[in-house]
Every structure is written in C-alpha cells, then in structure tokens.
Design a protein around this ligand. Sequence first.
Ligand code: BES
Ligand code: ZN
Ligand code: ZN
Length: 506
Amino acid sequence: MQIQFDNEPLEKIAADALAVICFEAEEKTTATTAVAPSVSPDPAIAAQSGWLEELRETGEFTGKLYEMATLYRPEGVSAKRLVVVGGGKREKFTAVEARRIAGAVVRSLKPKGVRAIALALRENASAEEAAAVAEGAVLGDWEPDKYKSDPKKNEKQVETFTIAAAGGGGESLESAIRRGEIIAEAQNLTRDLVNEPANKLTPGLLAERAQQVCSEWGLQCEVLDSEAMEKLGMGALLGVAQGSVNPPFLIIMKYQPARQFGGDHLALVGKGVTFDTGGISIKPADGMEKMKYDMAGAAAAIGAMRAIAQLKPALPVTAYIPTVENMINGNAQRPGDIVTSLLGKTIEVLNTDAEGRLILADAITYAKRQGATHLLDAATLTGAIGIALGHYNMGAFTNQQDFLNRFLTVARTAGEKAWQLPMDEDYKEYLKSAFADLPNIGGRHGGSITAAWFLREFADPTPWIHLDIASTAWLEDGKPWMSKGPSGVAVRSFVQLALDWNHSGA
Ligand code: BES
Ligand code: ZN
Ligand code: ZN
C-alpha cells in the first residue's frame, strides 16, 4: 500500500472511495449543522448533506466512532464512493482516534475490493494527526495470514491510501505523513517477526533477519555466538539456552548519527525468547502455542532500529537482543541450578520459566560495558502484568523518575499507553536466596515488580526503564482498526524517544 498526500479540493480526488470524518451531533438543536461533514466546508461534499441528514434521521449513522455509511456515485465528486466515518465526540477527537479511524477505513473497505482510498483530514489538522492517519492506514492493512495458502487471499489489496488536506498542508504535513509511514512500516516488520511460529524463527534465524535489516538500512551489526558469550562469561543467558539444540545469540544493531549532540547513548534491550516452554518448570499445554510471541521485545527493538536508521535522530542508539529458546532436552537447566552472570552475581534458578530476566541480565550488563548511558528494555516478562494492568497499558518501571517521565511523555505523543508500577526498596525483600546472591523469582506477590527488581540489580546505577509488554504485545481479538495477533507495541515509543531526545530535556 502506497501512502500519498494530496491537497487538491476534495471533489477532485479520483479515488475508489473518499472517506470523510463526521462527528456525533453535539445537541439536538444543532443537529443539522453537525450533519454536514465537518472536515471540510467544501461545497461538493456539503452538497450530499441531504443524504447525510436522512441517515441521521433514520439513525443509520449517528457519528459514533468507526461507524460507516457509503454513498455510491456522489454528486459532483470524482471519487466513486463517499464514505462517512464516525469520529465520535468532536471534543474528544485526538490523534489516537485519527489513527484508529484510518485503520478502520482500510479494514472495512479492503474486503470490498476497494483499491484506492482517500481520507480527508480535519480542517487545520496538526502534523501529529496527519502522521497518525498514515500510521493507522499502514497498521490497518497488516494481516497475520502469511501461512494461509488460499490463492485468493491477496486478490483484494489496497494500492493507494491518499491523505487529503484540501488546500492546506504543504511541507510539514507531508513530512509528518512520511514519518508516520516509516514508523508504521517498522511496526509491521515487528508484527511480521512476532507472527512467525517458533519452527520458522529460531534464534539463529532471528539474528539473520536482524542482519538483513542492518545491511538494508545501513546499520552496523554484530552477532555474538555461544562461544563468544562463554568467553565473556554470560552464564545466566547460556543457562537458559542449554536445553535447546538451537544455539543462542546476542544480536547487536548499531545506529551512529552523522552529527551527535552530547554524550548520551541509548541502548534498546529486547527479550528474544523464540519459544518459551517454561523449561523443566513446564508451562501448561493450554495456550502454550502463544509462547512464540515471547520474542516481542526483541522484535520491537529490531523494528525500532529500522525506523531509526531511516529517520536519523541525532542520538546514538544500539539494540542489544539476547535470543534463546527455552526448551527441555536432557541438558536443560534444572530448578536449583546456580549460574554466574556476566556481572559476577550468582543466581539460583528456582523456576526455569522465569528465563527472560536471566537473558536480559547479561544483555543489560553487556550494554553498560559497551558504553550505554541510558537503558530501555522491552520484554514479555510476566503473566502478572496482565493481572495488574489488563491488555491496555504496558507496565513501566524505572530507577530514575526523570527518565521515565520523559518516556511517558513521548509514549503519549506516539499514541502508546504505559503505566508506572512501584519500585520501592521494600519489594527487594522478596528476592532472597539462601544459596546464591539472587533467586530468579520472588514469591507469589507483586510478580511483575520482583521481575523488574531482578533486572534493576543489573541495570543500576545507569538510568533504566523496563517495559513489561506480556499483556500488550498480542491482541486476543481483532479491533475495527487492527487485526488480531501481534500488536507491535513499544516500537512507536522507542522511535519517538530517540527522535525527541534533545527536546525532552535530556
Ligand atoms: N514468557 C513468560 C511471560 C508471559 C506470560 C508472556 C504470558 C506472555 C504471556 C515468562 O517467561 C514467564 O513464564 N514468567 C513467569 C514468571 C514466574 C515463573 C515467576 C510467569 O509470569 O508466570
Ligand atoms: Zn517463562
Ligand atoms: Zn518467557
């Protein structure tokens, strides 16, 4: 799908469908004025208002979010169809709604065989809103059907998605749209990777995919194999990997800007467990197939690095991606095993299913040794985060409040939700081992917080943010604007943080 920008009058746009946003009527008395699409005073569009009025009167179209009604062969308009799409309450409309509406328009028109879609921006729409529309369209177009062999599945494709800003826009809207397209394409790359089943994406194949991204977009790439990691002393990571015939890797993707401000260096660390059986502390069979998405943090880092390579912020960013398979062969790690991490701290592995923190511990230590001044990790780390926050917010943890405040601001700009959980020293009490420096699990309580504390033992004193994306990286049900399956969460926030680094108080 190609994203285009067009500032011709709306009636001149030659699309198969021209979508305009129409809000809920504000009050009964002003219903007639709310009927005309408020995106544009364009007379050709307003001329259809008789149709819209009727739709309103019958209650077929009320303007609720994602509601749609189609008029074929609209009068005086080049487009073959005019689609009114509900924008909800005008005063509540933000870039978040704009992003979703664009996705919903694509997802509703694509199965009807519509190939050229145009969506009119609201009058005086901000650059942020225009970028969000581009993102929504690209994200809405993505399907998790790669392995379906139906020969007809690709027959219905949207070829162009035109973002229309009648008479307005110019440079800033156009470049915002281009940025939105890049970021959403990167998010779709992340979703492609997460969607791969574990037999098609082993740690070695994930490393190959990362290498491809690097060579295509001009990033430096280094991949440490198990021999190199043994020499370094990454005992925590290697302990997890030893139960699989598929060897582990530490993938390093480096972006160095041509011009750099200051001495900051951001490390993105992503959990890359290509399959998590739980190991000897095995998971229940029911739902285990989902554990192919236990590399969503890794995939988010890879996607973000691609967008960063294209958008070129002034900040050096390096991704450190530990990737393993948590399997159960005769050499698998046992509960009670004690491993020595790269940092030198010993860890008693009380539960082999708490493997993510073990591989991240060594990756975080390595990132610090390589010169990272700020650490940001994303990991499908705990089931407990879904109990605490449900499917809507990533869990966010930090050892430096200012850094997290900045992150929460950019995440909001990027249209992603994160909610901070506490990191009081009290919780550290849950992490006690009689036999080693640390156990890899706390007790039954505060599971996401003890997992974060475990990571913090390796991150301190470097400013660090941990995102637990276990309950947000996979959409159980499709939404009008997005298919079910991998969400690509965290990519947009990662990229936005790098882009806004020097404006966000760093
Ligand atoms: N990969 C899982 C976490 C997870 C759960 C991701 C559900 C996505 C959906 C992680 O490795 C894990 O198994 N964590 C354990 C920790 C426990 C043993 C302390 C968990 O959450 O049950
Ligand atoms: Zn696990
Ligand atoms: Zn896991």
